[in-house]
Write a protein that binds this ligand. Structure first.
Ligand SMILES: [Zn+2]
Ligand SMILES: [Zn+2]
Length: 139
C-alpha cells in the first residue's frame, strides 16, 4: 500500500477515510518495523492528535479487513504492520533486549511447502514464524 492509495484502499474496504484513520495508516506505512498500539499512538501523536482508543478502534477495523497484519507476542502484546506486498508469510525477529520487531525476507515457495508438509493432516491458512535473540544494535 502506498501513501497516496490509502483513501482508495479504505473506501474499497467500506471504511470511511477520516483524517485520523489515514494518519494512523500513514504511520504504519512509514514505519519499517511492526509497532504495538502504544508505539503507534505515540508516533502518530508527534504529528496529529489522536487518542489511544481511536488507535485501537482503527487497528481492529483494519485487521478485520485484512489491511493490517497482527503479530501476537508471547508476552501478550500485539504488533501491527501494513501488508506491503500482500504477503503475510514473512518471518519476524524479536529482539529480547530492546523489544523491537523486525521483518525478515519472505519465505520462498519451496520452504513454504516444507513447512506446510510438516503440518500433515492439517489445513494451513497462515504461517507465522517469530525468531528471537538480539538485534544488530543490541548484540
Ligand atoms: Zn535490539
Ligand atoms: Zn513484518
Amino acid at each position: 500500500m502506498k501513501l497516496k492509495d490509502i483513501p482508495e484502499h479504505l473506501k474499497n474496504a467500506n471504511i470511511r477515510p477520516t483524517r485520523k484513520k489515514v494518519a494512523i495508516i500513514e504511520e504504519l506505512i512509514i514505519s519499517d518495523e511492526p509497532l504495538d498500539a502504544y508505539q503507534l499512538y505515540r508516533q502518530v501523536n508527534s504529528r496529529k492528535s489522536v487518542d489511544l482508543a481511536t488507535v485501537y478502534r482503527t487497528l481492529a477495523v483494519l485487521r478485520e479487513t485484512n489491511l493490517v497484519h497482527e503479530i501476537n507476542d508471547v508476552s501478550g502484546i500485539s504488533f501491527y504492520e501494513i501488508l506491503k506486498n500482500n504477503s503475510n508469510s514473512h518471518p519476524h525477529f524479536k529482539c529480547s533486549s530492546c523489544g523491537r520487531y523486525f521483518c525478515l525476507p519472505d519465505i520462498d515457495e519451496e520452504r513454504k511447502k516444507i513447512l506446510i508438509e510438516m503440518a500433515k493432516g492439517f489445513r494451513t491458512s497462515t504461517i507465522s514464524i517469530v525468531m528471537s535473540g538480539e538485534c544488530p544494535d543490541c548484540k
